[in-house]
Design a protein around this ligand. Sequence first.
Ligand SMILES: Nc1ncnc2c1ncn2[C@@H]1O[C@H](COP(=O)(O)OP(=O)(O)OP(=O)(O)O)[C@@H](O)[C@H]1O
Ligand SMILES: [Mg+2]
Length: 667
Amino acid sequence: MTTAHPIPPRAAPNAGPGEPPAAGPPGHGGPHSPTDPAAPDGPTASEVRPLRALLGQARPYRLALSGSLLLALAASASGLVQPLVARSVLDSLADGVTVTGPLVLLGVLVVAGALLTGLQSWWQQRTSEQVVRSIRRDLVFRLIRLKVPELDRRPPGDLVARVTSDSALVQNAATQGLVMITNGLLTVLGAIALMGTVHLGLLGVTLGVLCGTGAVLGLILPRIREAVARAQRSVGAIGAALDRSLGAARTVKANGAETRETARAEAAVQEAYEAGLTGAKYVALVQVLSGVAIQAAFLAVLGVGGALVAAGDLDASQLIAFLLYVFYLASPIASLLGGLGMLQQGLGAIVRIEQVKKLPAEDDVDLPDRDPAPAPAGSRGARPVAPPVEFDAVQFAYPGRGPALRGVAFTVPGGTRTALVGLSGAGKTTMFALLQRFYEPDAGTIRIGGLDIAALPRAEVRRRIAYVEQESPVMAGTLRENLRYAATGASDEAIADVLRLTRLDSLIARLPEGLDTEVGNRGVTLSGGERQRLAIARALLREPEVLLLDEATAQLDASNEQALREAVDQAARRCTVVLIAHRLSTVTDAEQIIVLQDGLIRAAGSHDDLVATDALYRELAASQMLVPAVDDGPPGVRTGTGTGTAGDAEAEASSVVDADAGAEPAR
Ligand SMILES: Nc1ncnc2c1ncn2[C@@H]1O[C@H](COP(=O)(O)OP(=O)(O)OP(=O)(O)O)[C@@H](O)[C@H]1O
Ligand SMILES: [Mg+2]
C-alpha cells in the first residue's frame, strides 16, 4: 500500500467535488438540519448500495482473489485426477508393467494437492487481511477527520465498533464469500453443461428442482442480512453504552449507577444475542435447504428417469451417469450457498461502514508538507507580527438549537490581550470554536490577519492558533508527548522554558520518571491545576500567532495564577491573546474586555471603562469584590487602554448574576 491516503472527495454534502449533485439524503434538510440524536446514522440504509459497496471493497484485490480461485480450482483438479492415476497404477500392476512412472505421478499429485490447498488457504487469508486493513485504514482516516457537528451527535463507541467489528464481517464476505460463490457457480455450470450432454429432459427436471429451491433461498437470504445488520447495530450500541459508562467511570461510581449502566449495556447485549440467533436460524435453514435440494433433485431424476428407462426412452447407464452428476453437484452447491450466506452477512455490515464514509469530514486538515511554512511552530527565527483577529457580524446557531451568537462584531488588535467575559452560556466558548472552524458561522465573517478564515484551509487556520480548552485538555500518554503534541519539533530547551514559565518544573523534578511519566487516560493522574498548566505549557510551546485561553487558570491557586498571568503577558508580546475568564481579577489588565450576554456583545472597553459604564460588568466585578457593591464606586486598578469597537453599553442595573459567574468557576 502506498502511503498517500487522499480523503475520498465526498466530504461535505454541500462541498464534495466528487459527490453526485447534492440530491441530498431524504430527511436531511440541509447541511445543518436538526437530526434526531437518537438516530445517529448518517445516510439511511436505503441510500447505500450494499452489493456495489462490497464489490468496491474487493475490486482492488481482484487479481489476488482470482489467484485464490485458481489455486482452489487447481487443488480440486489435482484431487480429481488422483483416482484416475491410482487406477492406472492398479492396471499397470495387473498387467505386470513397471509402475514407477504412475507411482511417481501419484506422489507428485498428492504432494501438489496438499501444497495447493495450503497455499490457497494462506493466500485467501492474506487477501482477506489486506481487505480488512484497507477498510479499517479508510475508516480510521475518516473518523479522525469527521466534522465537529458530526462528532457531537455520535457516540464514539458505536463508531469504534464499525472499525473493529463490522469490518471483520465485510472481510470474509469480500474475499472468501466471493471466491466460494464463484467457485461454486463455475463448478455447478460445468456440471450442468455435462448433464446436458447426457440427457436434456433430466437436466430440465434437475433445474426445475434447483430453481424452486433458489426461489425459497431468495426469501431467506435477505433475512440473514437484516439479522446481521440488527446484530451489528446492537454491537454498536454496546460500544456506545460502555463508552458512556467507562468515559465517566467516577461519575457512575459516585452516583451508585452501576446497575443502571449495566442494564443499559445489557439491553444491547440481549438485542445482539437475539439478532444473532435469528441470523443463525436462517443460516441453518440455508444449509438444510442445500441438502434437501440435492435429495429432491436425486429423487425427481430417479422418478422421471426410471419412468423413461421403463418406457425404453433412456438407457440405464445414462440414468446412472446422470445421477452421479446430481450427487457431484452437492459440494459446489454447498459452496455456493455458504458463500451467499457469507455475502449476506457482509452486506448487512457494509451499510454501517458506508454510512461513516459518507459523513461529512474535514478534507483540508492535511496540508501537504509544503516549503517551510511562514512561521513553523516550535522554531526560532523571525516571527510574523501577531495578527489582528476580527469578528464581523457573526451569527451562529448549533444544529437544532436557538442562536448562540447573534451578530457579534469586534476586533482584537494584533499583539494585544482581549478578555471575553459574561454569564455562563453567553457564547464565549462558541466564539473560540468558530475561530478554529470547528463550526461555520451562519452569517458574518471571521478574519485572522485580515484573511477570511472561511477561505483558508482548516489546517492553515489551526496552525496559527494555540487553544487551551475549557475541559480535559490532556491526552493519554507521557508528559513529554503531551507537551510536544502541538509542536512536534520543540527542542528540549524550549520545553524546559515553558515548564519553568508554567511552574511545572518542580512537579517534573518530583516524578521519578520525569517527563516520561504517563499521565493516564485524559490526564487523570494529574491534579486539575497541573492539567491546566500542562495545557498552557503545550500551547505556549506552539509559539502561536493567536493564543486562545478558555478558563485556562480557573483551577489554579493564587500564586500559580499570578505566574501564569505573567507567562501569558510575555506570550502576548509575540502573539494575539484572547482569553475567557469568569474570575475578573485575572483580566483586569487586558487591553480590551468584551462583555457578552446571550450571544450579543453588550459592552466593550477597559476594566475601568466597563466598571463605569456597564451595569452587568459592574455587578460581576462587585460580586467578586473587585469594586464596592454600590454603583458609585468606580476605582479599579487603572491599567490598559480601551480599544473597544462595539457594544451597546446601556447600563441597566437589572442583570442577575449567575452563580457560575462568581469567583468559583464551575467545572
Ligand atoms: N456542541 C453544542 N451543541 C449544541 N449547543 C451547544 C453546544 N455547545 C454549546 N451549546 C450551547 O450554546 C450556548 C453557548 O455555549 P458556550 O459554550 O459558548 O457558552 P460559554 O459562554 O462558553 O459558557 P461557560 O461560561 O459556561 O463556559 C449554550 O446555550 C450552550 O448550551
Ligand atoms: Mg465556555
